[in-house]
Write a protein that binds this ligand. Structure first.
Ligand SMILES: Cc1cc2nc3c(=O)[nH]c(=O)nc-3n(C[C@H](O)[C@H](O)[C@H](O)COP(=O)(O)OP(=O)(O)OC[C@H]3O[C@@H](n4cnc5c(N)ncnc54)[C@H](O)[C@@H]3O)c2cc1C
Length: 397
């Protein structure tokens, strides 16, 4: 495939953030190319693959059947002592996706709109001139090639080196990045293959939780996320212990192993520089409670493309013009995600006894609200009533 000397926009990474930015840029009439280092877009998958109907509606995404593994009605959340809270109402319905198919489908949409997507082409460096990012260096089958653009988009996921190369720090300390480990399992028995299950407790997953996201009657993603700062025991070890103690899972097979990091904080006030803009996991745009980043990545891509278009309209590719994206994103998603982050900080500092107490007094709707950063006053009041030391303070009250 011919790779031109220059494009209007170069996007690094063909995940949901990159393909969403590419699609909107192309729809706005820009000449856009996406480079992805992997042979296959969407693979390896590093995801529990959950997405809610509410998120799909918000994104105005009508996904085809082939992207869907299983329809989900709700969730059971289990406290450390086994007490359960059922979370089942309209807002908790959703899908477990086939993420590899879904990511490709997003790229199909971008390509149909006129974007060019080129896989197996890692970006190895940035071209920096006069204080501006002016393009990238790519590796084309072992050959270095320089490609120029007015704007480079860092959509290169949680390990983003593009932002760093542009001199922009991305707040990726171990306390703000969870270690995720997951098996796609088959031949297992679950309580209900249309309900996800979430298991809390410091012995199960220190400062995190284990999830079971059904992908069929006897198949599921069984995974764990724990603080990246936790060094005593690895995420894989916690997960293996959990599976060993659940006979319905222990009898199954491991079809796929997925490991990855999840940003759970560190939202950035400033995600742009001269000629560069960050989207998705690269700039920590993830729900810090449930780790959902697909909808955030797609939303950010759409917003970023609008600000990029503004640069072309003004023929000004500076940080100053791109900053419009910071403003728009914080208004639409940032404030809300910041609240979610506060709840995450609170919950992860709770003891098992605190969590057991909470399971006594909270219902499914409360849990869902907290996971979406809503109704925080209720959490504060409960904290006060049950003398959960430090909770109200953590929430800023
Ligand atoms: C274990 C785990 C479970 C999760 N579960 C869920 C879930 O259930 N629901 C949910 O919504 N989210 C979940 N997430 C989060 C979700 O996967 C991410 O938030 C989402 O993928 C972010 O999209 P992105 O486009 O920003 O980054 P990514 O999807 O990571 O895409 C980045 C792309 O950039 C490419 N790339 C990187 N560097 C380069 C380079 N130098 N040159 C070229 N290409 C490059 C990569 O190949 C990749 O394709 C989970 C994450 C983990 C780790």
């Amino acid at each position: 495939m011919e790779i031109k000397e220059s494009y209007d926009v170069i996007i690094v990474g063909a995940g949901p953030a990159g393909s969403s930015t590419a699609k909107t840029c192309a729809e706005l009439g820009l000449d856009v190319v996406v480079f992805d280092r992997n042979n296959e877009v969407g693979a390896p998958k590093r995801c529990g693959e959950g997405i809610s109907f509410n998120a799909l509606k918000r994104l105005d995404l009508d996904i085809p059947q082939k992207c869907i593994a299983q329809a989900i009605d709700g969730a059971y959340a289990y406290a450390p002592d086994g007490k359960e809270v059922k979370i089942q109402f309209e807002g908790t319905k959703g899908y477990v996706l086939e993420r590899k198919v879904f990511d490709k489908w997003l790229c199909y949409q971008a390509a149909k709109s006129g974007a060019k997507i080129i896989s197996k082409t890692p970006v190895t460096d940035l071209i920096l001139e006069d204080g501006f990012v002016k393009g990238v260096v790519i590796d084309v089958h072992g050959q270095e090639k320089k490609v120029y653009s007015k704007i480079v988009v860092a959509a290169d996921g949680v390990e983003s080196m593009i932002m760093r190369k542009a001199g922009i720090r991305t707040n990726k300390s171990p306390t703000l990045v969870d270690s995720g480990y997951q098996y796609e399992m088959a031949g297992i028995d679950m309580r209900d293959p249309h309900m996800i299950e979430l298991f809390f407790g410091n012995k199960i997953a220190s400062r995190g939780y284990v999830w079971v996201f059904p992908k069929g009657e006897h198949e599921a993603n069984v995974g764990i996320g724990i603080s990246g700062a936790h060094k005593e025991k690895k995420a894989k070890e916690y997960l293996d212990d959990f599976i060993a103690s659940h006979p319905g899972l222990a009898k199954g097979s491991i079809i796929e192993v997925n490991a990855g990091s999840i940003p759970v904080g560190g939202l950035m006030e400033d995600m742009v520089g001269n000629g560069i803009i960050g989207v998705g996991d690269a700039v920590n745009q993830v729900n810090a409670i449930h780790g959902g980043g697909i909808p955030e990545a797609i939303t950010a891509g759409k917003l970023a493309a609008q600000s990029i278009k503004l640069c072309f309209d003004m023929n000004n590719f500076s940080k100053q013009v791109l900053s419009e994206y910071n403003k728009q994103w914080w208004e639409l998603r940032g404030k809300h995600l910041k609240n979610v982050e506060k709840v995450r900080e609170t919950v992860e500092n709770m003891t098992d006894d605190n969590l057991n107490d909470l399971a006594d007094v909270l219902n499914g709707e409360d849990l869902s609200d907290f996971a979406h950063g809503k109704n925080i006053m209720k959490l504060v009041k409960i904290a006060a009533k049950y003398k959960l030391k430090g909770v109200a303070r953590k929430l800023g009250f």
